[in-house]
Ligand binder design. Structure first.
Ligand code: B12
Ligand code: SF4
Length: 531
């Protein structure tokens, strides 16, 4: 009997940009009695059906974008006599769909770190239940990933999660509804230990795969103080202190390490935080700008973001503190007009963001936008074949529309074409060359140019370009470029690097008090002799 964990994908590039973390976390959650699981990441290569045997257990993770492929893998595995189990955000939201369409024996809702062990044991005993409630586990229960099972030749960036959940409530995002609004933070020691294990393998680029790396803003703290809410102040302060402690320890890691994360724009007001990020080698962060107009921000419940001149200034602040920004913008909001596209790219260039992505408005399940749209559609459902458009992920990719929610004044084609032009303008050779001046030397500059083009090209296959000839061509190009880029990310393994020896007296979250810079526990790195 073998356990297989499959990350489904229709698009295989041979090289992956970021490791799908769930694969290696669930590997760690697999009970020893079942042996080491076999990991298949289809964004590298497709699964070979003949590797699945009767009685095997196949765990499949689905998000909305890969649900259809995931169900095909599950059906194949079930037809070969395996136990089929789904998990991940989409299965959490639509467990019945995974049971029916994906022919699952079982579905895990929520976190898998604890639940997966029980599922495997139940399957081995021949009696899994239909639904397992994985729930939202606490930060100190998050498992470290089994990086020893990863092929380091295949990925550019590893991914380590330090916190789950986000206190905001943006209308297009499901994170706050599935992962919750209460930040669940891992102890910094376990994060550092895991990163050390990655650096030993030769990984120096690590994505901190967090929903929001800045869970407590200065405004949150101020409001709690103004309300004389001592308990809240203590709770927020403790979360914030743990963040600073983590960054202080990251700063002690080998100097060639580079981290990247996702953060809200409010961090731009918090110079101490940005400085701590810079010292921690968190060189870049995806910042959800979403819209450049106040109306657009209001439409996505993100009116705490800045617009206009203040926006440009706020984004520039990140760079001034040494943190590069990947600005994320959404097109297709009801408030968008033809002029919005020009204004957005002009803002992205003016604000000096180092990378940018321009995504099309997509109603993801579990979001406020989705619920509103589903309600409207219930009155007069639009069908594609026999599938209602509100279940767009079940529509075969060849005929799946690229936009789902109609815009009041622009057609989907117009929005797509204009979005495409924005990508082209932001990533034209001259703009990339100018931005590449931020790199320290010539080879880094070349790497930057490659990466910018790769980034732009990989998106061409995920919705912006529709015709299959262009898709095929961009896939070939992306495959080749990804391979070249992988080389740029390789570092010499450091097998001798040891984890810090943690001193006793780790402060409990409740006791800690933030004092500007953080004292308390300190880790010291010990480099063991080579033999
Ligand atoms: C890091 C991240 C990225 C990274 C890295 C992706 C990668 N290669 O891993 C980048 C920036 C590249 C990215 C890109 C995108 N992302 Co993203 N991403 C995330 C983020 C913040 C964390 C994912 C992560 O690694 N978590 C850590 C692991 C350990 O947690 P996990 O995956 O949830 O797995 C746990 C459980 O779900 C469960 N589980 C998961 N799988 C399975 C399987 C089994 C069998 C079992 C039992 C349990 C189980 O157990 C795990 C451990 O507890 C999530 C937000 C989130 N909270 O999930 C969004 C998220 C997954 N992304 C999202 C989206 C929309 C995208 C993009 C489409 C964005 C865009 N417009 O381009 C692209 C699509 C990329 C692609 N094709 O996959 C959405 C998905 C929504 C949905 N309904 O599908 C999320 C939820 C964020 C959101 N705003 O809502 N993403
Ligand atoms: S988009 Fe970002 S800030 Fe908004 S709820 Fe989602 S994770 Fe939080």
């Amino acid at each position: 009997m073998s356990v297989h964990l499959v990350n489904p994908s229709d698009n295989s590039f041979g090289t992956g940009v970021i490791t799908p973390r769930w694969l290696f976390v669930l590997a760690a959650a697999t009970p020893q009695v079942a042996g080491d699981p076999i990991l298949v990441d289809e964004s590298l290569e497709q699964i070979e059906p003949e590797t699945i045997h009767a009685g095997d257990i196949v765990g499949i993770s689905v998000h909305t974008g890969n649900a259809l492929r995931g169900y095909a893998v599950g059906k194949m595995a079930r037809s070969r006599g395996a136990w089929v189990v789904y998990g991940g955000i989409h299965a959490t939201l639509f467990p019945e769909e995974a049971l029916e369409r994906g022919e699952a024996h079982a579905v895990v809702k929520g976190d898998g770190d604890v639940a997966w062990g029980k599922v495997v044991r139940d399957c081995m005993a021949g009696n899994p239940v239909r639904i397992y409630e994985g729930g939202r586990i606490e930060g100190d229960q998050f498992l470290a990933a089994r990086w020893d099972l990863m092929n380091p030749e295949k990925y550019m960036w590893a991914s380590v999660q330090t916190i789950r959940g986000c206190p905001k409530h943006c209308s297009f995002c499901s994170v706050w509804r599935t992962d919750g609004q209460k930040p669940r933070q891992r102890k910094f020691q376990s994060v550092i230990d895991e990163i050390v294990s990655l650096r030993r393998l030769g990984f120096r680029f690590v994505a901190l795969a967090d929903d929001n790396f800045y869970p407590v803003t200065l405004t949150d703290l101020r409001l709690a103080r103004e309300q004389n809410n001592t308990a809240k102040v203590e709770e927020l302060t403790a979360i914030r202190q743990e963040r600073f402690q983590l960054m202080e320890e990251l700063a002690k890691l080998p100097k060639d390490m580079v981290f990247f994360t996702q953060i809200t724009m409010e961090a731009g007001e918090d110079g101490d935080y940005l400085d701590a990020m810079r010292r921690a080698n968190i060189k870049g962060a995806l910042v959800g700008v979403e819209a450049v107009t106040p109306e657009g921000l209001k439409a996505v419940f993100k009116d705490w973001n800045y617009s206009g001149e203040a926006l440009a200034k706020q984004l520039q602040t990140f760079k001034q503190h040494g943190v590069h920004v990947l600005g994320s913008f959404i097109f297709g909001l009801p408030t968008d007009k033809p002029a919005t596209f020009d204004a957005t790219v002009a803002m992205a260039l003016k604000a000096g963001v180092t990378f940018a992505q321009f995504v099309m408005m997509t109603p993801f399940p579990g979001t406020v936008d989705f619920r509103r749209w589903e309600k409207e559609q219930a009155k007069d459902p639009t069908m594609v074949g026999d599938v209602p458009i509100t279940r767009y992920w079940l529509i075969p990719t060849e005929v799946r529309p690229k936009m789902f929610t109609p815009h009041p004044t622009m057609s989907s084609d117009e929005i797509r074409e204009r979005t495409q032009k924005v990508w082209d303008r932001f990533y034209n050779w001259s703009a990339i060359w100018q931005r590449s001046a931020c790199t320290p030397n010539f080879s880094a500059r070349i790497a930057f140019i490659f990466l910018s083009k790769l980034y732009r090209q990989m998106y061409a296959g995920t919705g912006i370009s529709t015709d299959s000839a262009r898709r095929k061509k961009s896939k070939r190009w992306a495959r080749w470029t990804a391979k070249q880029c992988k080389r740029l990310f390789q570092a010499k393994p450091m097998p001798e690097l040891a984890s810090p020896k943690w001193e006793i007296g780790i402060p409990s979250l409740g006791q800690a008090a933030y004092q500007g810079s953080v004292g308390g526990v300190a880790g010291t790195f010990v480099v063991l002799p080579k033999d």
